[in-house]
Design a protein around this ligand. Sequence first.
Ligand code: NOJ
Length: 562
Amino acid sequence: MRRIITLCTILLLFSIGHSKPNAKWWQSMSLYQIYPKSFKDSNGDGTGDLNGVKSQLNHLIRSHIKAFWLSPIYPSPMVDSGYDISDFLGIDETFGTMEDFEALVKAAHDASLKIILDFVPNHSSDQHEWFQKSLKSIEPYTDYYVWHKGKVLPNGTVTKPNNWVSVFGKSAWTWREERQAYYLHQFAEAQPDLNYENENVVRAMKDVLRFWLDKKVDGFRVDAIQHLCEDVRFLDEPLTGNSNPDDYGYTDKIYTKDQLHTYEIVQGWRQVLDEYQDKAMMMEVYANLTMTIKYYVYGAHFPFNFGLISDTNRDSKAADFKRVIDSWMLNMLVVDGPANWVAGNHDRSRLVTRYGLERAQAVTVLTLLLPGVAVTYNGEEIGMEDTWISWEDTKDPQGCIAGKEGYEKASRDPARTPFQWDNTISAGFSTNPNTWLPVNKNYVTLNLAAQKEVRNSYYSLYKAVSALRALPAVREGTLTTSLLGDDVLFFARFHEDSVYVTINFGNKEETVDLSPFIQPYNQSDIRLTVYYATINAHHLIGTVFKDIRALKIPASTTVIYI
Ligand code: NOJ
């Protein structure tokens, strides 16, 4: 006798937190993150640029993307790949000119795509004019950054103000002779923290927002928001028990993360956005759920939901995925804003590398079919994998600071290599055989052009499932989640139409009963069309199952029924 997995008792129905029929564009968008250095090189210098992005907007449109976010494109010494900005109001010449940027905004809007910029408020580059003037105590820049005279020991020696550690490792304080003081940098030494206790800084950064809003951008992804403000008593943070004072995990971040002042500053930015029409602000925040959700209340349109990055992995059980989904959705019952699902970005290992192919596909389906915003990091739609990078080729400061022995574990370069467009030179990314980071050697077979030709490719899955986002059930339907046994996660989206998804995370076939979810209930002969099934990436579009009380779900497979 076939074993029929009976319904797990936990069944949750979420009826709000999804988009309404007259939803704003940012409430239900498919958002695509472009890492400009690695997306498309138009001038053969081996680094991606704005004209390259413009030339590939069709790929976004064909992939049902509604908005794209550009990682930083501003002038930068590129210590942290553009997150060290030396002029908040310009375009780095590697990426093009202001005219190129304006042309890109126009092309995006002509194609009905929204364009979102990275706003990096926590720090600038140490090459920024503000820092150079602050170093020399030139007004009004003297207190633009977080300076401290240091702690005087009983023997008269001056030492670092406290035990704060930088995210990239080692002390967060660096001494400058010119100023006879330490400055704070929560990231690299070359990224001094701006001082939000200073009203001039608060004003200046609001003007940065206005500058780009006047250029018609549609919104901002706000970088590293949890680090924005610090407790100005500059006390030591409690120790965690980790014995290495150079490790970020050495201290418990009670004074350098999630400070209340940060939320007030965010509210001020929202007021600036509201001076314009229909602009959106989304926050990059790595914090606990409470401190993350709070951004919905304090001005953000939404904080990114990193649950599928931080809380699940290749070993997670179906219940772990359900927990990640339900905990976010429960919060959506009380906040005014869309849910959102992020499975990858330029700071984390590639989705396929983290989860393995079959699970990565399941996670892609989750991000695309759960309520709200779906976020895709460029390359994840074709299942790009991490690229091994030698120590000599390493660019990421987090890798460089870790040294030759530790860089492979710390570096984020493996997830940042050029997009694999086709099987020509440099994967069609550049005409130059030397690219800023090496192209993954697997590009010969793993590339967009090849995947377009194959019905069971990662991209075919991505495109087919993305197309479902136009259905009312996915756009604005309620969500039901349930466990069908230990290994099978089920969710459904209901409106006037329905979409059902079963994901078997286990390594053996399971037989499930969907009759409790499908009206009229408890009838065995309802026709369900399999829209897509991933069985080692084979798909079965068009197959019809008749008995919904005994549907077979192969091992490691996601099946979408409509
Ligand atoms: C978060 C960005 O995503 C990351 O790439 C960068 O290194 C830090 N913020 C510092 O700006």
